[in-house]
Design a protein. Sequence first.
Length: 202
Amino acid sequence: MRVSASTWEAPVLEGRNVRLEPLARRHGDGLWEASRDARTWAWLSIRQPTTREELDAFLDAAVAASEAGTEIPLVTISHKRVVGSTRFLALRPEHCSVEIGWTWLHPSVWGTGVNVEAKLLMLRHAFETWGCRRVELKTDALNARSRGAMEALGATFEGVHRKHMLVRGGENRDSAWYSVTDDDWPGVRDGLVARLETTIDA
């Protein structure tokens, strides 16, 4: 049974090592610390905030999008420490479709299973709670690390939108698009669970 649009609200999603909760201004200190490594921002559409004021403006924009109901930003917490953020975007409950994006993590948790578990939690919520038919993901076509991660989770490559966006003050971005559908979900879910068990047990 699909969930009505009125219930597409910011969830709290918790796994073994990851907690995703609605992003709020109270997360400012943790997000500031998590955002200090320049590698985190190499492929994001805005430049790295270099002052607390810039980070607060980024946070305020995310909270405003949440309050307007156009996006659902979440803060990523691992072992009680803020390590990054992610969002549900392009909310289209009338088509049972959503995008997962704006994901960034401090490099200290790259390769630790944090992203794998976060994606499992978000995809499970999209398909099993919201009843989505489709979940989209996109990244800079030149971002080999992100594209590899999307392919590793089992998403299907759908093509490149050329000259899709202007980012970081005017740079061109071609975007590579991927998706997971409800038909794909059981296999994707099993693959993520298996990867997570291997990572945790390693």
